[in-house]
Ligand binder design. Structure first.
Ligand code: BEZ
Length: 209
């Protein structure tokens, strides 16, 4: 079954490179990113995991806990970790789940049998502090993800969860945001004095962050 936006992220307990993880307890009040990669000892995955590790300060700044996963064993994860450090200069600094029985992969629909019967695709789930799924992404095995884009989306998710705003196409932090259409002009004026009215349904204001 596929996971849809607004669903509660399935909870699980699994072994990881950082010990046993009970997912919901591990996340606590943080935001979460759960992402799968196809397999250990593969080139694109090696670059991805090093990139995620290099972004440690960025995840922390946003109160995000990142957890990776593949269907490989814990033994393989630990053996591969040295390669990730060698190749990217960044040691694993987030838990990598071992999921050899595919329990987590199946719960999250990370195996797409028509793409590959065995390995997980490159799935991403962003989970809010309420444990609800806020974003899903699926990339094929041969395309490494852009984790800067993931940070950008998390910035948008966090803005839009804290303020009555949405973010326009190609938005980046610091750019103007859109006032949600459900607010009247009067309400908008109280919350966002001096907002710009481009159309009755398109009103912009400065980034509230
Ligand atoms: C990779 O990580 O390089 C990879 C994994 C599975 C299929 C293709 C590429």
């Amino acid at each position: 079954m596929s996971i849809r936006l607004g669903d509660t992220a399935p909870d699980f307990t699994a072994e990881s490179t950082a010990g046993t993880i009970s997912f919901h307890d591990y996340l606590g009040d943080s935001w979460g990113v759960l992402f799968s990669h196809p397999a250990d000892f593969t080139p694109v995955c090696t670059t991805e995991l090093g990139t995620v590790a290099a972004l440690k300060d960025e995840w922390e700044k946003r109160n995000v806990k990142v957890v990776g996963l593949s269907v490989d064993s814990l033994e393989d994860h630990n053996a591969w970790a040295g390669d990730i450090k060698d190749v990217t200069g960044c040691a694993l600094n987030f838990p990598l789940l071992a999921d050899p029985d595919r329990a987590v992969a199946n719960a999250y629909g990370m195996i797409h049998p028509n793409a590959d019967a065995t390995f997980t695709v490159r799935s991403v789930f962003v989970i809010g502090p309420d444990k609800k799924v806020k974003l899903t992404l699926t990339y094929p095995a041969a395309t490494g993800r852009n984790f800067d884009e993931l940070l950008r989306v998390i910035d948008s998710l966090q803005r839009t969860s804290q303020h009555k705003v949405a973010t326009p196409a190609n938005w980046n932090p610091g750019d103007d945001v859109i006032i949600v259409p459900s607010l009247s002009d009067e309400e908008a004026g109280k919350l966002f004095p001096g907002f710009e009215k481009i159309k009755p349904y398109l009103r912009k204001t400065s980034d509230p962050a």
